[in-house]
Design a binder for this molecule. Structure first.
Ligand SMILES: CC/C=C\C=C\CC(=O)SCCNC(=O)CCNC(=O)[C@H](O)C(C)(C)COP(=O)(O)OP(=O)(O)OC[C@H]1O[C@@H](n2cnc3c(N)ncnc32)[C@H](O)[C@@H]1OP(=O)(O)O
Length: 308
């Protein structure tokens, strides 16, 4: 039996998104939308696996793909049956980045028909903001996101993975900040997050200016990923195992930890301390604190926490 069973339903159109009719993942009582470019499954209780699913085009990201990712992560952020998310890519590679055919055959011709620079600029602004929001939806998601990268992770792929909480990869993986090679500055997250994720401004600049491929071994030594695996199956098993381990803990504690780490990354130490003090003056009153503490004292690892 495959590790993750798929559910496929007939597509329906909702605005720009081609959503499929609502479906319930196995063991999930709340509906999760099904998508054209994403396969969403539920391999363990409270664990959701989101798979980039445009394998024939190496998961190249077009406008609908960006929108679906945002819609999916915003939905999971509010879904009390989801506590952790694993994000991976179907097919040969994790992602080949921005859909370059979409760029040259749709966006550039659309903009070239317009003469005025301000009106052209407004269209670019719309797309940049849309794509930024999609990438940031992983960061803003209240649940931890674990990305599992195999083979190529190019351009927009690096934007997404640096907005996730935890990164794993296979030994054949490579990471490429490719924007300069297509004549643009990266504009949807990599330049803002990569230096902070790897903690080396020098290496980040080298990668962004040269577009060189960062192999798995260097991704590990630089801290971009925290583990490297022999193959995709081993990596996914470990990613789901990790997701399950986190999902068994207090959702109040995990989600507040993510909120504080995120806030503290972008603020001073004192601002971070003030932020967590304000959060915890409320959350320390939660039943989770009592239940988890009793679990520790009684050496009982199987505490059942209410949904959040
Ligand atoms: C507002 C702007 C926001 C974001 C901007 C982001 C910028 C970026 O993401 S820059 C990075 C852009 N991506 C690339 O430069 C990578 C392009 N692809 C490749 O270099 C190669 O495909 C490869 C990943 C090295 C793999 O090569 P190979 O194994 O030889 O496969 P191919 O035959 O090349 O590809 C198979 C199939 O996929 C299509 N495809 C691959 N990449 C893209 C892409 N980026 N966009 C659209 N389509 C892509 C390719 O055309 C093939 O399709 P066929 O229909 O079979 O021809």
């Amino acid at each position: 039996m495959p590790l993750f069973s798929r559910i496929s339903l007939k597509p329906i159109s909702i605005g720009l998104l081609r959503l499929r009719s609502p479906q319930t993942c196995p063991k999930m009582s709340t509906n999760v939308p099904n998508f054209e470019y994403l396969a969403v499954t539920n391999p363990k209780e409270y664990v959701v696996h989101v798979e980039l699913n445009r394998p024939d085009k190496l998961n190249a990201l077009n406008a609908s793909f960006f929108e679906e990712i945002q819609h999916c992560f915003e939905s999971l952020s509010d879904n009390e049956n989801c506590r952790t998310i694993v994000l991976s890519g179907a097919g040969r590679v994790f992602t080949a980045g921005l859909d370059l055919k979409g760029l040259t055959e749709t966006l550039i011709p659309e903009v070239s028909q317009i003469e005025d620079v301000a009106r052209k600029a407004k269209i670019f602004m719309k797309y940049i903001k849309l794509y930024q929001q999609s990438v940031s939806s992983l960061d803003l998601c209240t649940k931890p996101v674990i990305v599992a990268v195999h083979n190529a992770c190019i351009g927009a792929g690096v934007d997404y993975i640096t907005a996730a909480d935890i990164r794993y990869c296979t030994k054949d993986a490579y990471f490429q900040v490719k924007e300069v090679d297509i004549g643009m500055a990266a504009d949807i997250g990599t330049l803002q997050r990569l230096p902070k994720v790897i903690g080396s401004d020098s290496l980040a600049r080298e990668l962004c200016y040269t577009c060189r491929k960062l192999p798995a071994s260097e991704a590990l030594s630089s801290g971009l990923v925290s583990n490297v695996y022999e193959n995709k199956e081993e990596m996914l098993q470990s990613a789901v195992q990790l997701a399950e381990e986190i999902a068994k803990k207090s959702p109040v504690a995990v989600q507040t930890t993510k909120a504080s780490l995120r806030y503290s990354r972008d603020h001073s130490v004192q601002q971070g301390l003030d932020h967590i003090a304000i959060l915890n003056q409320g959350y320390l009153q939660s039943e989770d604190l009592v239940n988890a503490t009793v679990g520790q004292l009684t050496k009982n690892p199987d505490i059942v926490f209410s949904k959040l």
